[in-house]
Ligand binder design. Structure first.
Ligand SMILES: NC(=O)c1ccc[n+]([C@@H]2O[C@H](COP(=O)([O-])OP(=O)(O)OC[C@H]3O[C@@H](n4cnc5c(N)ncnc54)[C@H](O)[C@@H]3O)[C@@H](O)[C@H]2O)c1
Length: 350
């Protein structure tokens, strides 16, 4: 089989991770790097691929089968529009754009032209998420009622000292971290139609929030609560429980989500199930059937690039579309707005 040729634009933190999974893919190969930074010269030489300083230069000389856009957020729309114009499918890193307004422009253009865009919400490709979704879709939990989630972790002080913009509005755990949780929750529990939030900066004292308590209303009627903090020393985050990113210490006794329905609950990512087999057995005085759903943990970035290869070759539709990316951004911005105003913000998809 001829390998699918993929160029990576932006050879920074996540771009390097994309390059790694492309280089070890059985179906895709790295065709080029696009990055104007001097550091990219060595990176391209080590990878043994041509380096281009811009997408215009790349498309002037070569036409890869697909492009990974791992460039800074402010460049996402400009770069995505260039790929659309060149007719090249793209894996565009999250967030789809820095603002909802810009994201809407991109989604309209993508839908008008039928461009192939996969948004890099990589956890959508996690085997844990796939298994959890399967159990929920099979009805093992009954009708969903309550969702309890957390992303409660401690970012080291130097994270803020190294890049002072991280202390300012525009950064903060809602915009930087919550967008991943929003996609996970939508994937498992359906669309989020309203949000409410309390935010606090009482611990770090920065202009941006450090801790947020969020209420969520799902389209199917379930309600959710979500605790978010970059300042509370806890392991209750996807990163510290899923065992997917080896950069993080992980704790197999902790969960970050508990999803409860009329027949049982699922704790994610330990995959502990507590269910009632028969409707008449449902009572808090009766024991649950207790089990652990099997799952093979694996790197979602690897699965994401294989899926992108399928999208490029026309074998699959993107499982995270540009419109999904827009909706994730809308909900994330709505949480910021809800915390700022103290109001309930409607997030019904348009
Ligand atoms: N999916 C995830 O979990 C995840 C994790 C981290 C970052 N991201 C996203 O990935 C994107 C990149 O983040 P990062 O942390 O890797 O940033 P980074 O600063 O480490 O890397 C960005 C790279 O883009 C390059 N660049 C700048 N201008 C360019 C241009 N015009 N053309 C090509 N390359 C250019 C820079 O030189 C740099 O190498 C952001 O959108 C971020 O939100 C996603």
């Amino acid at each position: 089989m001829t390998k699918t040729r993929i160029a990576v634009a932006g050879a920074g933190y996540i771009g390097l991770a994309h390059m790694g999974v492309i280089q070890s893919s059985p179906t895709c190969m790295l065709s080029a790097i696009v990055d104007p930074s001097p550091a990219a010269v060595d990176i391209a030489a080590k990878a043994g691929v041509p380096l281009y300083r811009s997408l215009d230069e790349l498309f002037g000389k070569d036409r890869p089968d697909g492009v990974v856009l791992a460039t800074p957020n402010q460049l996402h729309v400009e770069h995505a529009l260039k790929c659309i114009e060149a007719g090249v499918p793209m894996l565009l890193e999250k967030p789809v754009a820095p603002t909802v307004e810009e994201a809407e422009t991109l989604v309209k253009e993508a839908e008008r032209t039928g461009a192939k865009i996969l948004i890099g919400h990589h956890r959508a490709h996690s085997p844990i998420m796939a298994r959890a979704k399967q159990l929920i879709d099979e009805g093992r939990l009954g009708k969903l009622v309550a969702v309890m989630g957390s992303a409660v972790f401690f970012k080291p002080d130097h994270y803020f000292a190294d890049a002072p913009w991280r202390k300012e509005p525009g950064a903060g755990p809602i915009l930087l971290n919550m967008i991943h949780e929003v996609h996970n929750l939508r994937m498992l529990c359906g669309d989020i139609v309203a949000v409410q939030a309390f935010a606090s900066q009482a611990t770090r004292g920065f202009p941006v929030e450090d801790t947020v308590a969020i209420n969520l209303r799902f389209a199917g009627g379930a309600l959710g609560t979500f605790m978010l903090s970059d300042t509370a020393a806890s392991a209750r985050s996807w990163e510290q429980t899923s065992q997917e990113n080896k950069a993080y210490a992980t704790y197999p006794d902790e969960d970050c989500y508990v999803i409860a329905g009329t027949f049982g609950s699922l704790s994610v990512p330990t995959m502990r199930l507590k269910t009632y087999g028969r409707a008449e057995d449902r009572s808090w005085w009766k024991p649950f059937d207790v089990s652990v759903a099997d799952v093979t943990r694996d790197d979602p970035l690897k699965h994401q690039i294989e899926h992108f290869g399928c999208v490029v070759r026309g074998e699959a539709e993107p499982i995270v579309s540009a419109r999904d990316g827009l909706q994730n951004l809308r909900i994330t911005e709505a949480i910021v707005e809800a915390a700022r105003t103290g109001s309930i913000v409607d997030t019904t998809p348009v």
